[in-house]
Design a protein around this ligand. Structure first.
Ligand code: ADP
Length: 261
């Protein structure tokens, strides 16, 4: 049983507000499951047409380029970039339904930690001209983990760092080994996070509200997905931040991995 609503309650003829209701936890769980099922089916159904739009956009862009229609080709390229955003949003929704239903799968292998981070940093440097991604690597060694999922986490932290530092250009990506943990941190000098909101940013659909929030698009899922991935890989994730000065998001993974899970 759950305490959610205020109900009037009468004692000795006086009406007293009584906080408590009869919302059954099972009922809530079932509603949550129905919501997850809906999200899962809807995002799966959205994926097919979006993939097909992307394929047509790429063919069309190449055709226009060949015909010397550079302006039109440029517009199709922008369309393609928006389709990528849509694909990422759908991917996030699918991941959330997988996490919530315990169906997120990991394909673990041994891989070199630094080169995985480096690869992602180099890929992302191509997507931004304004921001300079500075590498400060001192970790060496291999971890036993899902490389694509770890890349997804690093990508998420760096794209957030870019998104939430519109007026500064430096982002530092560092790696180090401490004890039996490999640690990756992404530091930006952007808007930062208010002290009382720092823990909440890892909750699903949570976004720090503020007058400027509308300028930063998003669903509030990236950090939830990232922290769940890291948790399920036997690691932990945290943030240090000062509002108005910037944030440092870090995660740690066991260097020796857990090859049985
Ligand atoms: P999204 O960016 O789509 O809103 P996330 O789950 O990635 O979702 O982040 C949740 C919230 O945490 C964001 O809405 C933002 O308020 C805050 N946040 C995340 N990364 C940063 C950052 N580097 N600097 C400041 N705030 C951040």
């Amino acid at each position: 049983w759950h305490l959610t609503r205020a109900l009037p309650f009468i004692i000795d003829g006086k009406t007293i507000k009584w906080f408590g209701t009869n919302t059954d936890i099972d009922e809530q769980k079932q509603l949550q499951r129905q919501k997850d099922d809906f999200l899962g089916i809807a995002s799966h159904e959205l994926k097919t047409p979006v993939t097909s739009i992307k394929a047509y956009a790429q063919v069309l862009g190449a055709m226009l380029e060949r015909e010397g229609e550079h302006k039109k080709a440029e517009m199709v390229l922008r369309m393609d970039a928006q389709v990528n955003r849509l694909t990422n949003l759908i991917g996030d929704l699918l991941d959330v339904t997988k996490i919530n239903s315990g169906r997120l799968q990991f394909n673990k292998t041994w891989f070199d930690f630094n080169s995985a981070v480096k690869e992602t940093v180099e890929d992302l440097q191509h997507t931004t001209q304004k921001h300079k991604l500075v590498e400060d690597f001192s970790a060496t060694g291999k971890i036993y983990s899902d490389r694509d999922r770890i890349n997804q986490v690093i990508t998420n932290l760096i794209t957030n760092a870019i998104k939430y530092s519109p007026h500064t250009d430096k982002i530092i990506i560092s790696t180090r080994v401490e004890g039996n943990e490999a640690i990756v941190c992404v530091q930006d000098f952007g808007i930062g996070i208010p002290e009382d909101k720092k823990d909440k940013v890892f909750e699903q659909f949570y976004r720090v509200s503020g007058n400027k929030q509308h300028t930063f698009p998003g669903l509030g899922l990236g950090l939830y997905i990232s922290s769940e991935i890291i948790k399920r890989e036997g690691g932990r994730m945290w943030v240090n931040s000062v509002e108005g000065k910037g944030s440092t998001f870090c995660f740690a993974l066991p260097v020796n991995g857990d090859s049985n899970s």
